[in-house]
Design a protein around this ligand. Structure first.
Ligand code: ZN
Ligand code: ZN
Length: 408
């Protein structure tokens, strides 16, 4: 029991860093209600004003996509936008426990998924904008549910798979029941900060990715770009950790400055479907070709959501030799898989990735070269033989990654 409590405490006190008198919204699958209760208890103990639940259920969501009336996917009920946007506006903390069957929406009409995403992204625009620009403290974390666990550990009974996935997650989030998780995280965040500082000091003009999968991609970076990683700081001045676990440091690419070919190194779970063995051809920042051996339709729908969905919004570095990568486990959950591998994201860029960006308007960010979209999807590109060569503004070449690992 101790590990579960230590984990809940980590998410509440370090993840969203709940403050006296602050509200906390918890999104959680119904299967893990017991874990949400542990988080709520930890939150109240830390002075939380009220814990508000946002229950998730894969089965009901699938039923809705299959059998709901067709116009359901074109709008969002007013109470739902009031809920998300309202709590975001007041600066409430947001803890999202993400756990889903990776293939929950397999066979569902892609058009319904796309329309639903568009309408929710429009209705909840204020929530997403504030989230992307650290307007409120938020943290995404995971706990196992049987359907997901059995995908990560095929061939095991549900209980055994869930137990194995818990072990893997505890190792990934540095929780072992001895009460030392917070201290280990402090140390880990310091390591990430060192890398961030080194990269910011280099002030790179571009990055060139190559590996044996066939990736040959040049990514120009905006002037005044900022590398970030580890903890962020909410508008209220309170630090928080947006993802637990997190192993990445990241910045934004120049919207029109990405060229070449990039191959995914792991499957991607997106919108309840698996996309695998895919690559993009990119010209002047735009994805002009997308090919996938599995899930091509889902992939093409994802990059056509709006104009910015076919451009890149994130460049993230994760060493091949790092804790989650070394587990050699495909989680089928982006939160973990992205922290096992260098990745890119298509869609929206984080405003904090350019100096002063959190206080800029969308137009100002665009002017600085950042991509704008209603979507943001990470996909993994790191391999054991990935090389990333940096280039400075005065034309000097600096190896950033050699053989999958930091060369700095
Ligand atoms: Zn990332
Ligand atoms: Zn991302």
């Amino acid at each position: 029991m101790q590990q579960f409590e230590e984990y809940a405490k980590l998410l509440v006190e370090v993840g969203v860093n709940i403050q006296e008198g602050q509200n906390l919204v918890i999104a959680c699958p119904v299967e893990c209600a017991w874990f949400a209760r542990l988080c709520a208890r930890a939150a109240y103990a830390a002075g939380c004003r009220e814990v508000v639940m946002n229950w998730k259920d894969d089965a009901l969501s699938r039923e809705k996509y299959l059998h709901g009336a067709d116009d359901v996917f074109d709008s969002v009920p007013a109470w739902q936008s009031a809920f998300y946007n309202g709590y975001a506006r007041e600066g409430a903390a947001y803890l999202a426990i993400s756990a889903s069957d990776p293939e929950n929406l397999k066979g569902v009409d892609t058009d319904r998924i796309v329309r639903s995403q568009r309408s929710s992204n429009t209705a909840l625009e204020e929530f997403y904008r504030l989230q992307m620009s650290n307007g409120f403290p938020w943290c995404v974390a995971s706990v196992p549910i049987p359907s997901w666990a059995q995908k990560a550990f095929p061939g095991l009974e549900a209980d055994a798979a869930v137990a194995k996935l818990w072990d893997a997650i505890f190792a990934a989030v540095r929780v072992n029941g001895d009460g030392g998780a917070v201290e280990r995280w402090r140390h880990h965040l310091a390591t990430l900060k060192e890398r961030v500082d080194k990269l910011n000091a280099l002030d790179l003009e571009s990055l060139h990715y190559t590996n044996s999968l066939g990736t040959d991609l040049t990514i120009c970076l905006p002037e005044d770009h900022v590398w970030a990683g580890g903890s962020g700081v909410a508008r209220s001045g309170v630090p928080f950790i947006a993802n637990i676990p997190t192993e990445e440091i990241f910045t934004a690419p120049l919207r029109d400055g990405v060229d070449g070919v990039v191959y995914a190194s792991m499957p991607l779970v997106h919108d309840g479907n698996i996309i695998d063995k895919f690559h993009f051809v990119v010209k002047a920042g735009r994805i002009v070709e997308a090919h996938a051996q599995v899930g091509e339709e889902t992939l093409r729908a994802a990059i056509s959501l709006d104009e910015g969905a076919s451009r890149f919004g994130e460049v993230a570095l994760v060493p091949y030799d790092s804790p989650i990568s070394n587990q050699k486990l495909l989680y089928y959950n982006t939160l973990f898989d992205e922290n096992a591998s260098c990745h890119l994201a298509f869609g929206e860029a984080y405003p904090e990735c350019v100096k002063g960006g959190e206080h800029m308007t969308k137009d100002e960010l665009k002017e600085r070269g950042l991509n704008d979209s209603i979507t943001h999807v990470d996909f993994m590109v790191g391999t054991a033989d990935l090389s990333i060569m940096g280039r400075t503004w005065d034309g000097k070449e600096v190896p950033i990654f050699i053989d999958g690992n930091f060369a700095l």
